[in-house]
Design a protein around this ligand. Structure first.
Ligand code: GTP
Ligand code: ADP
Ligand code: MG
Length: 161
């Protein structure tokens, strides 16, 4: 029974969150990170990068026939993005709810898109939309060695005088 618990505890769900170029340029990174921390998720990977076109075209492969696809790639290349991996119970579904509708005009106030954006072509943030998609996107954006496993600790037990 103890072994079973350890196995289950070891496969906590992860998702890819990316602050898009407009979010970085508008200095929204800190507020977005704060929302995920406050909700109780654990940051296990984070980097600022100018996304390469091959990564973006794989990332948005499902949309490559859409009329807005060229504009989407231009948007995502228009400055650095902050890519993050967050971990926790139901993190994929919960982070989609925190992010809000793809179209900010439909996104509820209180969601990230509902609070910080007005137009679908500048919607501030990306969040994986399924557990399988998250695994694929994390693998695409991060090297395994860039992800850090760490335990929450009760600091009071390590205070020293
Ligand atoms: N310019 C433009 N961009 C769009 C349109 N539809 C979607 N996009 C952009 O393409 C992104 C990807 O679309 P989706 O994957 O369907 O939406 P999403 O899953 O909410 O957004 P991501 O988290 O970025 O994947 C959106 O977040 C928008 O930035 C559109 O009609 N026009
Ligand atoms: N109709 C649209 N017009 C412009 N951009 C769009 C449109 N649909 C999607 N996008 C862009 O493509 C991104 C990815 O789309 P999608 O994966 O469907 O939504 P989400 O970002 O909510 O996961 C969106 O975040 C948005 O930036
Ligand atoms: Mg999407």
């Amino acid at each position: 029974m103890k072994c079973l618990f350890i196995v289950i505890a070891g496969v906590s769900e992860r998702t890819l969150i990316a602050v898009k170029p407009d979010g970085v340029q508008r200095r929204l990174v800190g507020q977005i990170v704060q929302r995920f921390e406050q909700r109780g998720f654990k940051l296990v990977g984070m980097k600022l990068l100018q996304a390469r076109e091959d990564i973006l075209s794989q990332h948005y492969h499902d949309l490559h026939k859409k009329p807005f696809y060229p504009n989407l790639l231009r948007y995502m290349s228009s400055g650095p993005v902050v890519a993050m991996v967050w971990e926790g119970h139901n993190v994929v579904r919960t982070s989609r709810l925190m992010v809000g509708n793809t179209n900010p005009a439909e996104a509820y106030p209180g969601t990230i898109r509902g609070d910080y954006s007005v137009h679908i072509s500048r919607n501030v943030i990306h969040a994986s939309d399924s557990v399988e998609g998250a695994q694929r996107e994390i693998h695409l954006w991060f090297d395994r060695r860039e992800l850090v496993d760490w335990d929450c600790c009760d600091h009071s037990s390590s205070y020293q005088v």
